[in-house]
Design a protein. Structure first.
Lengths: 486, 779
C-alpha cells in the first residue's frame, strides 16, 4: 500500500467534505431545529445523508398511514373477488392451463386432486361503484364508495414468514427496514412526544401465525425509526411506567439531578452526545404523559363507541386498536401499523372467516367513517389486507360447508381508502377462477411505490446507503399505479 | 476555574461556529466541495476508485448483464479500449482529459449525454470532477483494490519533534496527527484506565477491591493490569458475546414458529476457546471444518456448530429445497461478512456490481457448504414439541459423563444428554449457479473454489471446507487478518480503522491508517494469530491510553476523531450495561456457561405475538427465579422473533443473520428502560440495602455508592448534588413511609430489613447514578 504525505491528508479532507455535505442536508431538516445541532458535531457518516430527510420530494396527498394488516392472509374468494364460475364448476379439477406450473406449499403439493371450491358465502354489489363484497363484511359493504378495492395484487412468496416480511420490508429476506421505518426516516415525526411509527397487535380465533419484531424493525436505518409496540394494559410502551412508590414530582426531581450531573460531565468531557442523552430523557418523560393520554378512550363519546362497536372498549381487541389508531393519527403519528392474527384458513374456513370478519369488519369501516367526519380521511391513507391470497381449490376433504384453502401468491385483494387514493374504484381483474391476474396487476413493489407516492416520496429517491449499496423500500422495481391516485 | 474557562471556550467556539454556518456554509451548500484542496498526486485507490465505483460501476462495472455501451471501467485492461459505439474514441486517454470521452461526459451540461445520467439521481461535484481530470493528466494509473494486496509491514515512522508513544501503533497515529498539526491527548487517569481496560477485556467494571489493589501496586506500566483481566474467565465471556452476533447464535430456530433449539454447548465452547486463547487461525478452522480435521475430536466437531446457527424453518408448508438452499446461502454470506469482510451476497443473484466477485465465484464458495446431509424442513413445530426434538440432523450427542472429562467446559446437569447441531459432508452433490439466486433455477455447474481476485486457491488443498479453512487462514490471504484486527480495533475504539467492518470491498470505507492496519495484521500473523497478544499490544499503546475529553482544536480539525487525537468515548452495548448494573450492585452470578436463562422481561411479550393455541415451544415467557435472574447477559435466552427487549432497545440485532457492527443510538426508549426495568430498580435497591447495612454516615454512603458504580470518587459538586438529593428524598419518604416500602419492594432478591426511608432515598440516589451518561459510557 504505497502512500505519500500528500495523500495521507486525504481521509481528513473527505471527512470535512462529508461534514459540510451534512450541512446542506441540514437545510431540509431545519424543522428539527436545535435537536439537529448536536448531530452536526457528532460527525455522522455520509451514509446517513443520501437524502434531505424530513421533507417530501413533492406535494403529498397523505400525511400518514394506517395499515390494517390481516395476518395469515384472508381469502380473496370470500371477501372481494366474486367468482360464480367456482360454483358452476364446483368439484372439477383446477385446469392445468390455469395453474400453469404454480408451485404449491408442502401442505397441498401432495394432493392428487385440486377440486374447485366455491365460496360458502354470498356476494352482493354495493354502492354506486357496484363493488362486490361478501356478506361476511356488511359494514365494509356500506363504505363501498369510500374505498378502492384492488383485486390484482400478487407476490412471489408462498409461505407466511417470507410473505409478510416482503410486504413489510420490500424483501423476503430478513434485515431490511420496515415500511414504517422508511417513512419515519424519509418524513420525520410530526409529534415530538410520540414515536413516528407505532404497532398494535390483536388476535382473532381463527388459525393464526406468529408475528415477529423484525416486521417493525428499522433494519439498517437508525433505530430511532423502529416501530414502537403499543400494548394494551398498564404498560403500553415497554418500561413506560414508573415503579410504585415514586410520584410524578419525585420523578421530575430525580431527572433534574440526572440532568444536572450529566451537564457537569458534559462540561468536563465536551461530548455533545451527553446533551443528546439529556434531550432523550426529557422526551421519555413527556412520553410518560403523552402515551397514556393518547390511549385513554374514556372521553370518547357514546356515538364513537357505537360506531366502532362495543369491543372497542376491551383493550387489546382489533376494535380497540382501530379506535386507538385514529387517536394516534390525530396526534401526528406517521405510520400506524395494526396486525390482526388469525386469517390462515387451511380448514374450517367458513366458520373461522365469519368470526375473523366479525372481529374486524365494523371497526375497519368505522375508522374510515370516523376519519372522514373529522376531515382527516383526505390526508390519511388507510389500507386493509393480508400477505397473499388463497387457492381456489379445496384443501383437505371436499366439503362445501367446511373446507380449507391453501396459500396462493398469484392473485389477492386488498382495499385502500383516503390519502390521495380514488374512492369507489375497482382496480384489476382476475380470471374466472380467481387464480391469475388478467388485468392491471399490482406487485408488492408497485404497491409500495404507490403508497410512497401518496406521501410525497419518490420511491427511487428515498435511498439509504448500506454495505456499499443504495437500498430502497422497492429494491430495484416498482411502478407508481397512477390509475389509483386522485 | 479551569472547567469554567473550558466551558466558556467551548461556548464561544460554538457560537462562532454556528454563526459561520448561518452566514456562509448554507448559502454555498449546492456545491459542498468548494474549498477542498486537490492533492498533488492523485491516488487511484484512495481518490478515484471510490468515485467510479459509487457512480459508474452499476453500468460500467463487473456486471456484464447491466453493462452499457460495452464500456467497463473497473479493469485496466478494458478501460482504455476503443469505444465500440464511437470508433476511434476512447473513454480514457492517459494524460489527455480533453480526449477522454468519460471525462467529457462527466463535465458536459448536456442532459442527454451527461454522466452519470440524470435518471440515475447521481451526480459528481466539482471536487470529484477535478480529481478525475488530474488523475487522467497524471496518466490514469490503475491499481489493484487495496484490500486484495497482501498486507506488509512498512517501516515504522519516526517523529522528529515528539517523544510521545509507547509502541509502533503510536508512531503511525502520531504521524497523521503531526501532518495535521495536532497533538495527541494526555494519558487518562489511572482509575479511568483500569475501568476502560476492565470493560474492554471482560465487559465488566472492575470491583472496588480490584481497583484498590491495582492502584496500590501501580507502576506506570499497565501490563500487569491487562494480564490480570486477560486471565479472568470474564474475558472469554466478553469476547464470546460479540462473536454471537457474528455467528447469528440463538436459542430458537427463527422463522414462523420459532421453537427451541439446543446450541448452547457450542456457545460454551466459544467461551472456552477464547479463554484458552486458541489462535485465531485454529479458532476459524475448527468452526469451519473441525469435523474434517484428521482424527477430529468431539470438541472440534462441536465447533462446527458455528455453521448450523442460522435460522431453520419449522413452517409446515415450505418447499424443502428452497429452505435447504437458504441455509447454504446463509453460511456463504456469513463467511463473507463475518470473516472475509466482503458483501458476497450481492453476487447471489447477479454479478457483483462493485467488487470483482462473479456469480460463479459466489456459487463456488457456496458449494463448500452444500454437502451437508440436512433437510429444509425436518419437522414442524408441533411435531418437534411432541417429540422434544431440539436439534435437526446432523447433530452430535453429548452426555453429562463426557463433560466431566474431554468436554469439561460444557456446563451440563448430571445424567442428561443433549443434541447439538454440527456440520458434515455426508451428502455430496453438484452445485450450480442459481439464476437470480432462485433455488429452482440452476444453470451451470461449479466446483468448490475461491475467488481468484482475493487469493488463488492453492493447488493441493482439498476441495472441501478444510481446504477452504486453510485458504482463509493462509498468511497470503489478504483479508482474514486485516478483518479480524479491524474487528478488535472496533471493539476498543468504537470504530474500525476501516469503518465498514463488514465491507472491505470497493464500496467499503477506506482505512484511515492503512499502514497501521497492515502492520497490525502482519504482526498478528507473525505472533501466531494470538488474540490476547493483539489486545495487549493495542492496549499498551499511548493511543489507547489517552484521555477521552473533547479538545476544541481536535473538534475543529477532526470532528469525527478519525485521527485519534483522543480516545473515543461511547455508549456500551445492552449486554454490557445490564452486566455493569448487576456487577456494581453485587448481584452478578458469575457462573459460566450452561443452558440459557430467562431473566426479568415485561410480561406478555411472547404471548401476544405467538401463533396462538400454544403451538410450538416458546409461546410463553416464564422468568427464572433465584440466581438465574442475575447471570451475565450473554446467557439470556435469545428468541429470534422476539429477542430480549432490554437488549434490542440498545441496538442488539435479531440474530437472524450475521451482524458485525451494532449501531450506537440514543433514544427515549433507552431512557425508559434504564429508569424502569425491574432489573435496574432491583439492583439499585439491593445496593442501597447493603450500603445502609455497612455504612452509618450519610456522606460515606453516597460516596460509597458513587464509587461502586462509577469507579472513581465524586467531585465536590457531584457529591453536593447527590447529598442534597438524598436529603430531599429522605424528607419526602418520611412523610410517605408506605411509598418508601412500596418502592423498595421491587425485585425477587432477598430483602435486608433496613430502614425503609433511608433505603428508598439511597435507592433513588443510586438510580440517579445508574442513569448517568458516564455510567453507561466507556470513557
Amino acid at each position: 500500500m504505497e502512500k505519500d504525505k500528500k495523500k495521507s491528508e486525504n481521509p481528513l479532507k473527505v471527512n470535512r467534505r462529508h461534514f459540510f455535505s451534512q450541512l446542506s442536508v441540514g437545510i431540509g431538516s431545519l424543522a428539527l431545529g436545535s435537536l439537529l445541532i448536536p448531530d452536526l458535531f457528532k460527525g455522522v457518516t455520509s451514509e446517513r445523508l443520501t437524502h434531505p430527510l424530513g421533507v417530501a420530494h413533492f406535494a403529498p396527498k397523505a400525511k400518514r398511514v394506517i395499515y390494517l394488516f390481516q395476518a395469515g392472509a384472508p381469502s380473496q374468494l370470500e371477501t372481494f373477488d366474486y367468482k360464480p364460475t367456482l360454483r358452476k364448476r364446483m368439484g372439477e379439477d383446477l385446469p392445468e392451463s390455469i395453474r400453469n406450473g404454480q408451485r404449491l406449499t408442502g401442505m397441498t403439493a401432495n394432493q392428487d386432486k385440486f377440486p374447485l371450491m366455491p365460496p360458502a358465502v354470498d356476494f352482493k354489489q354495493h354502492g354506486e361503484s357496484g363493488t362486490w363484497v361478501s356478506d361476511f363484511f356488511p359494514h365494509t359493504a356500506k363504505i363501498a364508495d369510500e374505498i378502492t378495492v384492488v383485486r390484482s395484487m400478487h407476490t412471489e412468496a408462498i409461505n407466511h414468514d417470507p410473505a409478510i416480511t416482503f410486504f413489510q420490508t420490500g424483501s423476503q429476506i430478513s434485515g431490511r427496514p420496515s415500511m414504517g421505518s422508511w417513512l419515519s426516516y424519509g418524513l420525520g415525526s410530526e409529534n415530538k412526544n410520540l414515536p413516528s411509527f407505532v404497532v398494535l397487535t390483536s388476535r382473532g380465533k381463527g388459525n393464526s401465525q406468529g408475528l415477529y419484531s423484525k416486521l417493525w424493525s428499522s433494519g439498517f436505518l437508525d433505530s430511532k425509526h423502529q416501530g414502537v409496540l403499543l400494548r394494551s394494559g398498564k404498560d403500553p410502551v415497554l418500561y413506560l411506567n414508573d415503579p410504585e412508590g415514586i410520584s410524578r414530582s419525585d420523578k421530575r426531581h430525580l431527572l433534574d439531578q440526572v440532568s444536572s450531573l450529566n451537564k457537569l460531565h458534559h462540561a468536563e468531557t465536551g461530548d455533545d452526545e451527553i446533551e443528546s442523552r439529556i434531550a432523550q430523557y426529557e422526551m421519555a418523560y413527556r412520553m410518560q404523559m403523552s402515551v397514556p393520554d393518547v390511549m385513554d378512550i374514556s372521553k370518547e363519546p357514546e356515538s364513537i363507541i357505537k360506531l366502532y362497536g362495543e369491543d372497542c372498549q376491551v383493550p387489546g381487541t382489533y376494535a380497540a386498536n382501530a379506535l386507538q389508531a385514529r387517536r394516534l393519527a390525530e396526534n401526528g403519528v406517521r405510520f400506524i401499523q395494526l396486525y390482526h392474527q388469525g386469517w390462515d384458513q387451511h380448514g374450517n374456513l367458513p366458520n373461522e372467516m365469519a368470526g375473523q370478519a366479525k372481529d374486524v369488519d365494523q371497526a375497519s369501516a368505522a375508522l374510515v367513517l370516523d376519519l372522514k367526519q373529522r376531515g382527516m380521511l383526505e390526508d390519511t391513507l388507510v389500507i386493509w389486507g393480508g400477505e397473499f391470497g388463497r387457492g381456489n381449490y379445496c384443501q383437505g376433504k371436499f366439503d362445501p360447508t367446511n373446507y380449507g384453502r391453501d396459500h396462493h401468491p398469484r392473485a389477492f385483494s386488498i382495499w385502500m381508502a383516503g390519502g390521495g387514493i380514488k374512492p369507489g374504484l375497482n382496480y384489476g381483474k382476475t380470471d374466472e377462477f380467481g387464480y391469475n391476474v388478467v388485468e392491471n396487476p399490482v406487485h408488492i413493489n408497485d404497491f409500495h411505490a404507490t403508497l410512497m407516492h401518496t406521501l410525497g416520496l419518490d420511491h427511487e429517491q428515498l435511498t439509504y446507503k448500506y454495505q456499499g449499496r443504495r437500498f430502497r423500500l422497492t429494491d430495484v422495481a416498482g411502478n407508481v399505479i397512477k390509475d389509483l391516485l386522485t | 476555574m479551569r472547567q469554567k474557562l473550558l466551558v466558556l471556550f467551548i461556548l464561544v467556539f460554538l457560537a462562532g461556529f454556528l454563526l459561520a454556518l448561518k452566514k456562509g456554509v448554507f448559502s454555498v451548500s449546492n456545491d459542498e466541495s468548494i474549498g477542498l484542496i486537490i492533492p498533488d498526486i492523485v491516488d487511484y485507490n484512495f481518490h478515484i476508485k471510490p468515485i467510479l465505483s459509487d457512480n459508474c460501476y452499476t453500468c460500467h462495472g463487473p456486471d456484464a448483464n447491466k453493462r452499457k455501451a460495452g464500456l467497463r471501467l473497473d479493469l485496466e485492461g478494458t478501460a482504455f479500449l476503443e469505444l465500440k459505439e464511437s470508433p476511434g474514441k476512447f473513454a480514457l486517454v492517459p494524460g489527455e482529459p480533453k480526449n477522454s470521452k468519460a471525462y467529457l461526459h462527466i463535465i458536459t451540461d448536456d442532459p442527454e449525454v451527461i454522466m452519470p445520467p440524470s435518471d440515475s439521481k447521481l451526480s459528481l461535484n466539482s471536487y470529484e470532477k477535478k480529481l478525475i481530470k488530474k488523475w487522467i493528466e497524471q496518466g490514469a494509473k490503475f491499481e489493484k483494490h487495496w484490500a486484495f494486496i497482501p498486507p506488509a509491514k512498512k517501516e515504522v515512522p519516526k517523529s522528529e519533534e515528539s517523544q510521545w508513544g509507547n509502541n509502533e501503533i503510536d508512531a503511525f497515529i502520531l504521524e497523521e496527527l503531526e501532518l495535521n498539526n495536532l497533538n495527541p491527548s494526555v494519558k487518562a487517569s489511572t482509575e479511568t484506565l483500569i475501568r476502560r481496560i476492565s470493560l474492554d477485556l471482560t465487559g465488566l467494571p472492575p470491583d472496588a477491591d480490584q481497583v484498590k489493589g491495582l492502584l496500590d501496586n501501580h507502576t506506570d506500566d499497565f501490563s500487569f493490569t491487562i494480564d490480570k483481566f486477560l486471565a479472568s474467565s470474564g474475558y472469554g465471556e466478553y469476547m464470546t458475546q460479540s462473536w454471537l452476533d457474528l455467528a447469528r447464535y440463538a436459542d430458537s430456530h427463527g422463522y414462523q414458529d420459532d421453537s427451541y433449539r439446543t446450541m448452547w454447548p457450542w456457545r460454551d465452547w466459544v467461551i472456552h476457546a477464547f479463554n484458552k486463547n486458541l489462535p485465531y487461525d485454529e479458532f476459524l478452522t475448527w468452526q469451519l471444518a473441525g469435523d474434517l480435521l484428521p482424527n477430529a475430536t468431539k470438541e472440534q466437531v462441536l465447533a462446527t456448530g458455528f455453521n448450523r446457527n442460522h435460522p431453520i424453518t419449522q413452517e409446515g408448508g415450505v418447499i424443502q429445497e428452497e429452505y435447504r438452499v437458504n441455509y447454504v446461502l446463509d453460511r456463504t454470506n456469513t463467511l463473507g461478512k463475518g470473516i472475509l469482510g466482503l458483501t458476497l451476497e450481492c453476487a447471489r443473484c447477479h454479478e457483483h456490481k462493485y467488487d470483482a466477485i462473479s456469480q460463479k465465484n459466489y456459487y463456488e464458495l457456496f458449494s463448500f457448504f452444500n454437502q451437508v446431509d440436512e433437510k429444509g424442513l425436518q419437522m414442524d413445530a408441533v411435531q418437534a414439541k411432541n417429540q422434544k426434538y431440539y436439534a435437526d440432523p446432523p447433530y452430535i450427542e453429548i452426555s453429562a459423563d463426557e463433560t466431566e472429562d474431554l468436554l469439561s467446559f460444557i456446563n451440563m446437569e448430571k445424567n442428561t444428554q443433549i443434541k447439538v447441531m454440527v456440520m458434515n459432508d455426508s451428502a455430496p452433490k453438484t452445485s450450480f449457479i442459481l439464476n437470480r439466486g432462485e433455488y429452482d433455477q440452476p444453470t451451470d455447474s461449479v466446483e468448490p473454489s475461491t475467488p481468484q481476485t482475493i487469493y488463488p486457491f492453492p493447488k493441493g488443498l482439498p476441495q472441501n471446507r478444510l481446504g477452504l479453512a486453510k485458504w482463509i487462514t493462509d498468511k497470503n490471504n489478504p483479508l482474514t487478518a486485516r478483518v479480524f484486527v479491524n474487528r478488535i480495533w472496533t471493539m476498543l475504539f468504537g470504530r474500525g480503522l476501516v469503518e465498514t467492518t463488514e465491507d472491505f470491498g470497493v464500496q467499503g470505507s477506506l482505512p484511515t491508517h492503512p499502514e497501521l492496519l497492515d502492520w497490525l495484521a502482519v504482526d498478528f500473523m507473525e505472533h501466531n494469530w494470538d488474540i490476547k497478544y493483539l489486545l495487549k499490544k493495542i492496549m499498551l499503546s499511548s493511543t489507547y491510553q489517552q484521555e477521552s475529553k473533547f479538545r476544541p482544536d481536535l473538534r475543529q480539525v477532526d470532528p469525527e476523531n478519525k485521527l485519534l487525537g483522543r480516545m473515543p468515548r461511547f455508549r456500551m452495548s445492552g449486554e454490557m450495561i445490564r452486566d455493569y448494573i448487576l456487577t456494581t450492585s453485587g448481584l452478578l452470578n458469575a457462573k459460566i456457561g450452561g443452558s440459557s436463562v430467562k431473566p426479568y422481561q415485561p410480561a406478555g411479550l411472547w404471548e401476544e405475538t405467538n401463533a396462538g393455541n400454544n403451538r410450538g415451544i416458546l409461546t410463553t415467557y416464564v422468568p427464572d427465579d433465584g440466581d438465574d435472574l442475575y447471570r451475565r447477559s450473554l446467557y439470556t435466552f435469545w428468541k429470534r422473533t422476539l429477542p430480549p427487549p432490554n437488549m434490542t432497545i440498545f441496538d442488539a440485532p435479531t440474530r437472524d443473520f450475521c451482524e458485525v457492527r451494532r449501531q450506537k443510538t440514543n433514544t427515549p426508549l433507552q431512557a425508559l428502560a434504564l429508569q424502569n426495568d425491574v432489573q435496574v430498580l432491583e439492583a439499585a435497591r439491593v445496593l442501597a440495602e447493603r450500603t445502609v447495612v455497612e455504612r452509618v454516615e450519610n456522606q460515606d454512603m453516597i460516596t460509597d455508592v458513587f464509587r461502586r458504580i462509577l469507579v472513581r470518587s465524586p467531585a465536590d459538586e457531584e457529591l453536593l448534588t447527590l447529598k442534597k438529593y438524598y436529603g430531599d428524598a429522605v424528607n419526602t419518604y418520611l412523610k410517605d413511609i408506605e411509598g418508601a416500602k412500596k418502592l423498595i419492594a421491587v425485585g425477587e432478591y432477598e430483602h435486608l430489613n433496613t430502614d425503609p426511608v433511608k433505603t428508598a432515598a439511597l435507592m433513588l440516589t443510586a438510580q440517579v447514578i445508574y442513569n448517568l451518561d458516564e455510567t453507561i459510557t466507556k470513557e
